[in-house]
Structure formats: structure tokens, C-alpha cells
Write a protein that binds this ligand. Structure first.
Ligand code: 9MG
Length: 260
């Protein structure tokens, strides 16, 4: 999954891809590099980010989705927590809803229930503006597992079938450095719930803070974490550096085939 942030304050591409044409060029590069899904977000969810108003988010994302679906044969995911953005994005051709708030905002469950697209339910403790201030868990894995069970039940109550659900532990969303690596080390545990897993660690602080690297120096760390996630059964890896990640995963998969 290649990341396309259409936000002026996007943390690692500096908001370069806000205009539709520039976005299309970036999408073409990600497709050529081997992406099979493009994740489009109009609201930054990085730690400290402020909320974006609905009209602005619609204006940033919908024309880009329409342009991508008109021009390329590629799956598009809408990264949003707003029901109306989900609805308009699906009408514009989005193939997946990626919600860092796991359909907890008003109207979201219903929008997805009334569509036929899958949804990625991500775990986040708190809200982006404050989530990194003092994240606390009774038991990290048990708490997140319980959250997933509760959100899956909410989905099923409105008619979103199991086959339409993906889960994501939400690296960097209300987790300390140690908690992030504990999650990564135990990612395979979430497979027990029986849903495909999505993992997003690309260029995040959990890499920068462990290695003491700036955002533009986190490629090696991003590839290492992508590899660890795939080894533990993650089905989708959300990344900025598509070509390098695809190469890394190809090496991993080829080596697996050679196992005696
Ligand atoms: C939007 N977004 C930013 N980070 C993310 C992550 O780790 N997972 C998902 N599903 N979405 C993310």
C-alpha cells in the first residue's frame, strides 16, 4: 500500500503532492514500483496534528480519487474517519476504507455497512493531537485484542461481514517506543483473530527515536520493520518507499520458497 497524503502538512513528503496532477505523477511512480493499493489521506494523523474541517478534506481527496480511478487500474483506499468523506470516496470509486478511528465516529459504521467495500479497523489510544503524551495500557496486547473484538462486534451488528474486515494495531498511535516494538515483536498474535493484518511503520518516530534518525534517514529502519511484519503474517504494508519495500518483500518471499 503506497501512501499518498494530500495534506499541506504531511509529515514526510512536506505536502508536495496536494495538486491533482502532482498526485497522479506520484501514483504512477508508486504503481510502477509495485504498489497494489494507493492510500489517500486528506487529514494528517501524525502526532500533534490538528483536525481538518469536512469541506477541506472532501476537496483534497475526492478529485484525486476520481482522477486516479479514471486514469489507472489500481485499488484506492480512503484514509479518513469522517462518514461523509467515506461515502463520497466510495462513490468516487474507493475500494477500501482505512479508518484510524475504527469506524467509531458518527455515521461511519452505517456508511460502510451500506457499501460493499472492506474496511481496515486501526487501534489508536487517544486522539492524534495528544496521543503520545502518556499512553498507558493494563496489558498492551490484551487491551488491543479486546478493542478489536469490540469493534468487530460493532461492525457485525450493522451487517459488515467478517470477510470485509482488516485489522491494524496502529503503530505510533498512542504507544511508547517500547510498546511499539512489543507490538511489532508480537504481531503474529493478532492473526489468531482470523483477519488480514495491515501494518504501518514507514518513516515513523518508532524508527527515528530508536535509531536517532531524521524522517529522511529512516529507510533502512522502515524496511526492517516491514520485513518483520510480513514474516509475522501481515498482508498489507503501508509505506512511503514502495520500490524498496517491494524489493525487500520479494527477497523474503523467494527465500521462504527455498526453505527445505
Ligand atoms: C493513516 N495512517 C497513518 N498511519 C497508519 C497506520 O499505521 N495504519 C493505518 N491503517 N493507517 C495509517
Amino acid at each position: 500500500m503506497g501512501i499518498l497524503n494530500v495534506t499541506p502538512d504531511s509529515f514526510s513528503d512536506g505536502g508536495k503532492y496536494t495538486a491533482v496532477n502532482t498526485a497522479l505523477e506520484q501514483v504512477e511512480r508508486m504503481i510502477d514500483a509495485g504498489a497494489s493499493i494507493i492510500d489517500i489521506g486528506g487529514e494528517s494523523t501524525r502526532p500533534g496534528a490538528v483536525d481538518v474541517v469536512l469541506a477541506e478534506e472532501l476537496q483534497r481527496t475526492i478529485p484525486v480519487i476520481e482522477a486516479i480511478k479514471e486514469r489507472f487500474d489500481i485499488a484506492v483506499s480512503i484514509d479518513t474517519s469522517k462518514a461523509l468523506v467515506m461515502k463520497e470516496a466510495i462513490l468516487a470509486g474507493a475500494d477500501l476504507v482505512n479508518d484510524v478511528r475504527a469506524l467509531q465516529e458518527e455515521g461511519c459504521l452505517e456508511v460502510v455497512a451500506n457499501s460493499n467495500v472492506p474496511v481496515c479497523l486501526m487501534h489508536m489510544q487517544g486522539q492524534p493531537r495528544t496521543m503520545q503524551s502518556n499512553p498507558q495500557y493494563q496489558d498492551l496486547l490484551v487491551d488491543i485484542m479486546g478493542f478489536f473484538e469490540q469493534r468487530v462486534a460493532a461492525c457485525q451488528q450493522v451487517g459488515i461481514g467478517k470477510e470485509r474486515i482488516l485489522l491494524d494495531p496502529g503503530f505510533g498511535f498512542g504507544k511508547t517506543l517500547e510498546q511499539n516494538y512489543r507490538l511489532l515483536a508480537n504481531l503474529s498474535q493478532f492473526k489468531k483473530l482470523g483477519f488480514p493484518l495491515l501494518s504501518g511503520t514507514s518513516r515513523k518516530s518508532m524508527i527515528g527515536n530508536l535509531l536517532n534518525r531524521e524522517v529522511n534517514e529512516r529507510l533502512a529502519g522502515s524496511l526492517a520493520t516491514a520485513m518483520l511484519a510480513v514474516q509475522q503474517g501481515a498482508s498489507i504494508i503501508r509505506v512511503h518507499d514502495v520500490q524498496e519495500t517491494v524489493d525487500t518483500i520479494k527477497i523474503l518471499q523467494y527465500t521462504h520458497q527455498m526453505q527445505a
